[in-house]
Design a protein around this ligand. Structure first.
Ligand SMILES: C[S@@+](CC[C@H](N)C(=O)[O-])C[C@H]1O[C@@H](n2cnc3c(N)ncnc32)[C@H](O)[C@@H]1O
Length: 194
C-alpha cells in the first residue's frame, strides 16, 4: 500500500504541520496504522502519548478512537506544541500539554499509552513503571526499533538493554512487531492476576 494514500483528514493536517515546521521525526504511516488499530480497542477510556511532535501519531490515535475516548499528549518543544495545537483546534476529546513527559502522569492511568518522547528508557533516564501508568490490562506501545535479527536483539554491537527491558518485563506480556523491513515496534499489555 502506498504510504500516504488514504490518510484520515486529521492525519493529513498533522503531516502538513510537520512539513511546514520542517519536523522530520513524525511517526511512520505503518506505525500510525497500528496506533489507529490499537486506539479502536479502547472504548470510553484514556489514551496517552509522550512526545506529541506535530501531532501525527496522535492524529492516527484520534482517528481510531471511539467518541467516548479521551486523548492526552505531552510535548516539551513550544513550537511543535503550538503546531499540534492548531491541528487539534476544535477536537474536543484531545488535550495537549506543554512540558516534560512526566507531567502526563497527572492524566494516568491509561488504557493505551504510546511512548514516543520520554518514558521508553532509551537514553540515560530510567523507563517508566507500567503498573503506575496503565490501567489493569492496559496497552503500551513504542516504536523506532530496528527489527531484531538475533536473540538477544543487538543495538550498536551490544545486547539492546532498552528493548530487553520491555520484552522481559515481569509485569508485561510484550512482543516485537515488524512493521516495515527496517522498523519494529514493541507492544505490551499489563498483566494483572486474579
Ligand atoms: C519522535 S518525536 C515524536 C513524534 C510524534 N509522536 C509523531 O508521531 O509524530 C519525539 C518528540 O518528543 C519530544 N520530547 C523529547 N523528550 C521529551 C521530554 N522529556 N518531554 C516531552 N517531550 C519530549 C521531542 O521534542 C519530539 O518532538
Amino acid at each position: 500500500m502506498p504510504e500516504n494514500d488514504d490518510l484520515p483528514a486529521v492525519v493529513r493536517r498533522a503531516v502538513a504541520a510537520a512539513a511546514s515546521t520542517g519536523f522530520g521525526r513524525s511517526c511512520h504511516p505503518a506505525q500510525g496504522r497500528l496506533l489507529r488499530l490499537l486506539a479502536g480497542g479502547v472504548e470510553g477510556g484514556v489514551i496517552g502519548e509522550t512526545g506529541t511532535g506535530c501531532g501525527v501519531g496522535l492524529a492516527w490515535l484520534a482517528a481510531g478512537a471511539g467518541p467516548g475516548t479521551t486523548l492526552v499528549s505531552v510535548e516539551r518543544d513550544p513550537g511543535r506544541h503550538a503546531a499540534a495545537a492548531e491541528v487539534f483546534d476544535g477536537v474536543p476529546n484531545v488535550t495537549l500539554l506543554l512540558g516534560d513527559w512526566r507531567e502526563l502522569a497527572a492524566a494516568a492511568p491509561f488504557d493505551l499509552l504510546a511512548l514516543d518522547g520520554g518514558g521508553q528508557g532509551k537514553d540515560t533516564e530510567p523507563p517508566l513503571a507500567p503498573r503506575r501508568w496503565l490501567r489493569p490490562h492496559g496497552t503500551l506501545v513504542m516504536d523506532d526499533f530496528t527489527p531484531m535479527s538475533s536473540w538477544p536483539p543487538v543495538f550498536q554491537g551490544e545486547p539492546d538493554a532498552a528493548r530487553l527491558h520491555w520484552l522481559r518485563h515481569p509485569d508485561l506480556l510484550a512482543t516485537e512487531l515488524r512493521l516495515t523491513p527496517d522498523l519494529a515496534t514493541v507492544v505490551a499489555r499489563l498483566v494483572v492476576s486474579g
